[in-house]
Design a protein. Sequence first.
Lengths: 110, 143
Amino acid sequence: MNLQQESQNGVVIVTPNGRLDISSAKLVEDSLIGIIDRGHTRLVLDLSQLDYISSAGLRTLLVVAKRVEAAKGKIALAALKPNVREVLEVGGFDRIFAIHPDRAAAQAAV
Amino acid sequence: MGAERTARIRAAGEEIRSLLDGIEAEGRAAGVAEALLSDLRLCLDELLVNVVNHGAPAPEAEITVHYRLEPDAVAAEIVDAGPAFDPLSLPDPDVDAPLDARVPGGLGIYFVRRLMDEVVYERRDAFNRLRLAKRAVADPATI
């Protein structure tokens, strides 16, 4: 798991690549919480490079979403692969996250 | 019909991914439908993480996975010697709840229930045995 991070017009865009499962969940969670705690509360997760997510990964997304909300920020997801999207939908995460087809749309929404 | 294979891992989180990578590669080589393979991987991942986190007594304990991979069907059985525990006894999480009301946990087993056709727990001879199976949905164009 690698996390690429960039900032554009006050929005931090994070692009995780590989698998978000039990062995990478903690790293991703710590990185994202670190970004929020440094005051960056407009976030886009570009998931175009994410090949797989398990419930451990969903747990991370939930923790991050709650932290963003507590900080009165906004978060959006972009460019999900079909298998990743299926897992989010089965878990009902499409109801708690704004999901956009691409990064530009997600960026405009936060 | 594909032959049954057996793999054994230590009950440690870092062993899970390489086991699943291996099963996925074998499945691709055997021509298993991609959607079936990705559901099987997710369900095995969830159940094995569960055994490691809650069930198996120690990292040196062994978990055995029997599995069968066919182009239109997959099946597996996870066997561990941890304390008796039926993961299917857990209540389903509320997947309609808004963010404020969500609590982490319970989603893994929920995925297994939702994605597999068959999930059976049995406690036998001091082992937990969890069997799962799924067949590919027939393509209406080929019927």
